[in-house]
Design a protein around this ligand. Structure first.
Ligand code: ZN
Length: 291
């Protein structure tokens, strides 16, 4: 404990009193004492917070990243450390200690998946760093991989799915091949990347193009559908059916909740075709997204 003296002792300044150096007002608080004792951990926690929340993608993956950074995954090593009567060894490969880095990287089952995702020249370093460095380096990586996808997006999706597949194995004893898991990761990462680039598209770099609606010939009707997503992630779809004279016949709209733009477009199309069928239109021309 420290006593902070602000001025040299002088009778003119009144009587001496105790002051707590760890808070700006000199008053003792439990929070300031905790921060004083645990300064490095508080700083670390702020870095981890930034790492997890600056990752661009679904909230569930951000929360998972936060859990990993704080070593909160309920691995067998973690459960054994909490004095639960559990064998800390890995149920998949038999290694002595199933901790977070083992589950997510070093277990041969996870390693086989990573070898399908990372480039050859990065492999050695990738498998040698500590959990904190490994997470921090990969989540901040600016490099791209597997086509045009950002590595940090693939990495976030990969650790999240590797934990899922580890749990899947433990609870079902059903083992999935590394190439199936790697493909699942690639598809999910590409979808997130597509949503991210859609959201970052500003009005200034959009190309405006005029498209004229052309009426169908009799006895056809034309169904125009569209789907859209707000930055909040909420998606909706709508459409309308017009006849050969361009006269409005039926319109519809649907609130879809959280889904991708592609899914919104497809739901819009599905609803439109269902309505056309319901109203007895058998000759339907379809235009999706005004094109
Ligand atoms: Zn293992």
């Amino acid at each position: 404990m420290k006593i902070a003296s602000i001025h040299p002792p002088s009778a003119c300044n009144g009587v001496d009193q105790f002051s707590w150096a760890a808070s700006p007002q000199g008053k003792f608080t439990v929070k300031s004492a905790y921060e004083l004792l645990d300064h490095s951990r508080v700083q670390e926690s702020a870095t981890y917070w930034k790492l997890a929340w600056s990752w661009k993608g679904p909230q569930s993956i951000k929360i998972f990243i936060w859990l990993v950074l704080h070593n909160r995954l309920k691995t067998r090593a973690e459960l054994a450390a909490q004095h639960l009567n559990i064998d800390p060894s890995c149920e998949r490969c038999g290694a002595g200690l199933e901790n977070t880095i083992h589950v997510l990287r070093d277990c041969p089952y996870s390693r086989a998946v990573w070898l399908r995702l990372i480039r050859g020249n990065n492999q050695q370093h990738f498998f040698e760093s500590s959990l904190a460095d490994w997470m921090s380096e990969n989540l901040q990586s600016q490099s791209t991989s597997l086509g045009n996808n950002l590595w940090r997006v693939i990495f976030g999706v990969a650790i999240w799915r590797l934990w899922f597949w580890r749990n899947w194995f433990i609870f079902t004893k059903d083992y999935w091949e590394s190439n199936t898991i790697a493909m699942d990761i690639k598809v999910r990462a590409a979808e997130i990347q597509r949503c991210n680039s859609f959201l970052s598209t500003t009005d200034s770099n959009r190309i405006e193009k005029w498209i004229r609606w052309i009426a169908p010939t009799w006895p056809w009707v034309k169904l125009n559908t569209d789907g859209a997503m707000k930055p909040s992630g909420h998606a909706g779809a709508g459409g309308l059916i017009r006849d050969y004279r361009g006269v409005w016949q039926i319109g519809y709209s649907a609130n879809l909740g959280a889904c991708s733009v592609t899914s919104a477009e497809l739901w819009g199309l599905f609803h439109g075709l269902s309505i056309a069928w319901l109203y007895g239109y058998c000759r339907v021309m379809v235009e999706v997204d005004s094109k």
